[in-house]
Design a binder for this molecule. Structure first.
Ligand SMILES: Cc1ncc(C[n+]2csc(CCOP(=O)(O)OP(=O)(O)O)c2C)c(N)n1
Length: 735
């Protein structure tokens, strides 16, 4: 009574045998479509294959041979999307998309979708998409990037990719991956449509269309009326989406293949020709519960379950096949059993395939990029000089960090024709701190543009445009606002190479003005001094320059890493140092620097030493470096000894062997970290130095208090200061 899988399987056989099939109000016939009987049979075969995959996967999971089963039963209508959309139409898919995957695979010679899916269920290292790291639906050849389990998080990037198609065509970038006529499809469940991340995507798609831009995306809502146990009201999706501005709404019956084919074709053609978003609403049922361990009877009545089971899409498709003389009852039963045998055989075979074992094997794809690229050569000096105009002569004059980063971005946009700069206020205004000033004038609105006020969309655009060959350089206006959207980096961008075995990457250089010490401006939300959110993201590069010249050298490396190796770089720009010109006293100009030569870069992991004393070494970065250099004179005077200060710069990629060598002559080590002490990078550096050193070390950590930042006179009260660094240094040395 409770094994619904068996009941559904038995139902299918007996109802088909007895030709006792569910009826439909629709009078549509195959001749009312542009599709052939062959198409219909192919779709049915994909639906049946997916059903048997659900059945065997449950079985194998119960026997402990396969992992994490989330089924597609009830959603088999989505096989139609595999038929109607082209393989060049990049697909960001709901986890119930195996029927789509199987049907789409038929467009590719030699594909083996059942085996590929079996390997993924078995977490086998042979799995061609994730290499045994997760049960995902994805394929490089089929343009299906694998998605995470976080619902709705794939929608913003899908919008970004859709947007990128026209942009890549207009800019004619050689790195583009999608054809100019391609569109994007993006599917999700009805409950997911309520998520803030999804709403961000719908809104941005609509907003861009309203501005006359192109976002050729078909949002596909597979509405089974449930989000795990919580019902979605029958009218909710329709009422919520039928009048979305600039998004066409099309409703279809996921149980009726003919209606589904017709409406999907209308959606596909409208999207492809008008290049505007379409919302395709497919009503369907959910069978066999939410996922493996879900006991539906806890929240649904037997009657509800039976009603859904009576409306099994496979029964509906069978009726349509019989009514349109595509297959007979016997042929349907035959196909069903042949498919069962095929799937069972393939899945059983896959149980013998190897799995990942060691941590090295699991981690091998974190930094993997199977498609490395040669970086473009430097810019033609003449063109550069012309484009820079009167600014050209200023390159040889010392400037503050904001200006130098601005020049750095200029040269990057010159050299890499696939880079785009976007974010709130970065274009016309040139950024809150003018770091992106004049870039719009030099490179035009296709490469430098203002985004909507929505961090999720900004980062989604970063991921999505990178899927089509761009190197995005988005800006989040202030570090505190990154947290609104952090899943787009933490859960999405950073995990993509891991779950795709390096076949899909999300190159990106994310610029984030941040950290504390702004005098009299902003309080906590403009002076966020915590970088912990970036500390534990495998593969993410965190760069924090302390001065303009290093910022430029590091920015160049960052873009190179993104271009060549597909890396994600978070580039933190200490706001308080943007306009700083002096170090020790007014007008000394010691914090202004000359723009580095074009070939001058800071290699990943480089750190920089100031001074050569051995009584004390201070390890620091960003504002901490600036303050430590100010403190240096006082410390040396009071100690009557020289000290050394090290700017760590690439804080995620510290080469501890080299660092230990550099600090080894020093008797004491003081780590100065401007971030909140709980969870700051200094904590990790402290531990790593102790663990990796062959001799005992004398280390202290001087970090910010675990506090938010206040406004006014006390704005820096909780942060390390020049004086507190002096005091901490003396305490440590004299202890
Ligand atoms: C952001 C997020 N919150 C919660 C979950 C847990 N979760 C997984 S699936 C799901 C329900 C999704 O329902 P729906 O979008 O209708 O898709 P369906 O499973 O019904 O096809 C939930 C809440 C999740 N995966 N991601």
């Amino acid at each position: 009574m409770f094994d619904r899988a068996k009941i559904i399987d038995d139902n299918f056989l007996s109802l088909i045998k007895n030709e006792n099939l569910p009826s439909s109000k629709s009078k549509l016939k195959l001749s009312d479509t542009n599709f052939s009987s062959k198409d219909l049979i192919s779709i049915f075969e994909s639906q049946v294959t997916s059903r048997h995959i659900d059945l065997i996967a449950r079985d194998l999971k119960n026997k402990g041979k396969c992992f994490y089963t989330i089924g597609c039963s009830g959603h088999e209508g989505n096989a139609v999307f595999g038929r109607v959309f082209e393989t060049q139409d990049m697909a960001f898919l709901h986890y119930r998309s195996a029927p789509l995957f199987i049907e789409r695979s038929k467009k590719l010679n030699g594909s083996t979708p059942i085996y590929d899916l079996a390997l993924s269920f078995m977490a086998s290292s042979d799995d061609p998409i994730s290499g045994g790291r997760h049960k995902v639906i994805g394929s490089k050849e089929l343009n299906i990037p694998p998605q995470t389990s976080t619902i709705a998080s794939h929608l913003p990037k899908a919008v970004g990719t859709a947007f990128s198609i026209g942009r890549a065509k207009d800019l004619d970038i050689s790195e583009k991956c999608l054809e100019d006529e391609s569109i994007v499809i993006c599917s999700f469940g009805d409950a997911s449509a309520n998520h803030a991340t999804a709403l961000s995507a719908f809104n941005t798609a609509s907003l861009i269309s309203n501005q006359g831009g192109h976002v050729p995306i078909v949002f596909i809502c597979e509405d089974n009326g449930l989000g795990i146990s919580v019902p979605t009201q029958a009218n909710w999706i329709e009422e919520n989406f039928k009048n979305r501005y600039c998004i066409d709404y099309i409703k279809t019956d996921g149980l009726n293949l003919i209606d589904l084919l017709n409406k999907t074709l209308i959606a596909e053609q409208a999207c492809r020709t008008k290049r505007n978003p379409v919302f395709l609403h497919m009503k369907t049922v959910r069978l066999m519960g939410h996922a493996g361990s879900d006991v539906e009877l806890g929240y649904q009545s037997i009657k509800d379950l039976e009603d859904s089971e009576q409306n099994d899409p496979l029964l509906h498709t069978s009726r349509i096949l019989i009514e349109n003389n595509c297959l007979t009852t016997e042929e349907i039963l035959n196909l069903y059993e042949l498919s069962r045998n095929q799937v069972t055989h393939i899945f059983n075979t896959a149980t013998f395939r190897p799995t990942l074992k060691s941590s090295d094997e699991v981690m091998a794809s974190i930094l993997l990029n199977v498609d490395q690229k040669e970086v473009p050569k430097s810019t033609d000096p003449k063109i550069r000089e012309n484009k820079l105009g009167k600014e050209f002569n200023r390159l040889n004059m010392p400037q503050h960090m904001a200006k130098l980063i601005n020049y750095g971005l200029f040269d990057i946009l010159m050299r890499y024709s696939n880079t785009i700069v976007f974010g709130q206020d970065v274009a016309k205004k040139g950024g809150v701190y003018h770091v992106t000033a004049d870039l719009l004038k030099s490179f035009g609105p296709r490469r430098v543009f203002d985004s909507p006020l929505d961090e999720t969309s900004i980062l989604g655009f970063g991921i999505g445009t990178a899927h089509n060959g761009f190197i995005p350089i988005p800006e989040i206006q202030f570090l505190a606002y990154f947290h609104n959207a952090e899943d787009q980096i933490r859960g999405e961008a950073a995990t993509l190479p891991f779950f795709s075995n390096g076949q899909f990457v999300n190159p990106m250089v994310l610029r984030v003005p941040g950290l504390g010490y702004q005098k009299g401006f902003g309080g906590h939300f403009h002076n966020d001094n915590s970088l912990s959110v970036f500390r534990d993201i495998p593969g993410l590069i965190l760069a924090i320059p302390s001065n303009g010249a290093d910022a430029v050298r590091m920015l160049r490396t960052a873009v190179k890493e993104a271009y060549k190796n597909g890396r994600i770089i978070v580039f933190i720009e200490p706001i308080a140092l943007y306009m700083t010109k002096d170090l020790h006293k007014l007008k000394d100009g010691k914090w202004e620097f000359i723009y580095p030569q074009l070939n001058d870069e800071s290699p990943l992991g480089e750190f920089k030493s100031y001074g050569s004393g051995s009584s004390l070494v201070i390890l620091t970065y960003g504002n901490g470096l600036y303050l430590s250099l100010q403190a240096q004179r006082d410390i040396e005077k009071k100690l009557r000894k020289k000290i050394k200060i090290i700017d760590l710069m690439w804080i995620s990629d510290i080469n501890y062997e080299m660092l230990l060598k550099e600090v080894s002559p020093c008797k004491k080590i003081l780590i100065v970290d401007e971030c909140r002490k709980s969870g700051c990078h200094g904590e990790g550096i402290f531990t790593n130095l102790i663990l990796k050193s062959k001799k005992p070390l004398n280390i202290a950590l001087h970090a910010a208090e675990d506090s938010f930042i206040s406004i006014g006179n006390a704005a820096t009260a909780t942060l390390p200061s020049k004086d507190s660094i002096v005091q901490n240094a003396l305490n440590l040395v004299n202890a």
